[in-house]
Write a protein that binds this ligand. Structure first.
Ligand SMILES: O=C(O)CCC(=O)C(=O)O
Ligand SMILES: [Fe+2]
Length: 367
């Protein structure tokens, strides 16, 4: 039995964190099984660069179906420089091999937004485990980093990121920024496809994404030996959408949960992004799109690296359910993006700080 599964005489449940709260799904087999996905669809993104709107609409149609039915898809032929992606993975391997004290200079506990280095077992999305068997580095939007060219205003004037200053670690910041810039540009195009997929004008979200909230989490998962361990516990992400680049391992460490409570493997594919819809976009589509539960368990004996890129609109943007997806007679709240985001982050932070012995609900976890 995995760490996130419980059984009674007749029922088996998978447990996870969804919307910052514990959730569970019954495992349905045999006649009880419902129609759900059994694999993650693969979508050819060459058309994202087409000058022809009809091509982009065709792409959006496939994307929309994947967002409704699965919440996850592979983006092949994404056009992002493959050499740069290879070099970034090289930088991850080199960074995580640095001595612990060099990495701990930027320990994420020193910042309100958990930016910087996250040590092994500090994240804990699954309370039944000893913590996530991963180490990571989180960076994000920061108007004081000149690389980002963002307007400095009273609310953005304080530094958010932490960067290492040790000479052996100076390669890290430019390597991460090369990846950041490429993913940022691709995400803006992706947003146009998402707008088309929702039957909205392509530029519908442009005005609320002039200075989007963005994060990269570089992650290292060592090979797992104990069955009871987990690389990252089962969760949904809390941004708009996530793009994940994962290193090649024979064992499919990333898994997504289908409607029957069955874990579906997301095999690494060369030069392919894994894209997933997150809680905030699910909310804005009135639940039409799925924010699908996922986890990482790195069995198979290889080191695994991944670099999720998390995208959300501007911090001060106000959003609600898009007009044509509202149900008649229902009331819909409006959310300030930064407030929604901070609320979710605070759940992580509070449970971490309260929890000296590893029994908290959730620590710094999925975006
Ligand atoms: O490492 C991965 O493939 C996914 C990581 C993840 O789910 C997250 O950071 O939210
Ligand atoms: Fe995630």
């Amino acid at each position: 039995m995995s760490a996130t599964q419980t059984e009674t005489a007749t029922e088996s449940w998978v447990h996870y964190h969804d919307g910052g709260k514990p959730g569970r799904r019954r495992v349905l087999t045999g006649r009880a099984a419902q129609e759900t996905f059994s694999e993650v669809p693969k979508i050819d993104f060459r058309r994202i660069y087409s000058e022809n709107l009809e091509d982009r609409r065709e792409l959006a149609k496939e994307v929309g179906a994947a967002c409704r039915n699965v919440g996850f898809f592979y983006a092949v032929n994404h056009g992002v420089d493959e050499e740069m992606l290879k070099d970034t993975f090289g930088a991850l391997e080199k960074y995580f091999r640095l001595p612990t004290d060099v990495k701990m200079e930027t320990h994420n506990q020193k910042t309100a937004k958990f930016r910087g280095y996250e040590a092994f077992l500090e994240g804990k999305l699954d309370p039944s485990t000893r913590g996530d068997l991963k180490e990571g580095f989180l960076m994000g939007e920061d108007a004081t980093d000149p690389e980002q060219n963002r307007p400095v205003t009273p609310s953005t004037a304080k530094p958010r990121n932490q960067w290492p200053t040790h000479p052996a670690a100076l390669f890290w910041r430019p390597a991460i920024y090369r990846y950041y810039n490429a993913m940022y540009t691709f995400s803006k195009r992706m947003l146009h496809i998402f707008a088309l997929a929702l039957d909205l004008p392509e530029t519908h979200f442009d005005s609320i994404t002039t200075n989007p909230m963005t994060n990269i989490r570089a992650v290292h998962y060592p090979p797992q030996e104990r069955q009871s361990d987990v690389g990252i516990g089962a969760h949904t992400d809390f941004c708009w959408f996530t793009l994940v680049c994962q290193s090649k391992t024979a064992y499919p460490a990333l898994e997504v949960l289908n409607g029957n409570g069955i874990w579906i493997p997301v095999h690494p594919q060369p030069n392919t992004f894994v894209v997933n819809i997150a809680d905030f976009l699910k909310l804005v589509t009135g639940g039409t799109w799925q924010s699908t539960v996922h986890r990482v368990r790195n069995f198979g004996g290889e080191e695994r690296y991944s670099m999720p890129f998390f995208f959300s609109p501007n911090e001060d943007a106000k959003v609600s359910v898009v007009q044509h997806l509202r149900k008649e007679g229902e009331m819909y709240d409006e959310f300030v993006v930064g407030e929604y985001f901070q609320k979710r982050l605070d759940i992580d932070r509070r449970t971490h700080l309260d929890d000296g012995n590893g029994v908290g609900e959730k620590r710094n976890g999925g975006y």
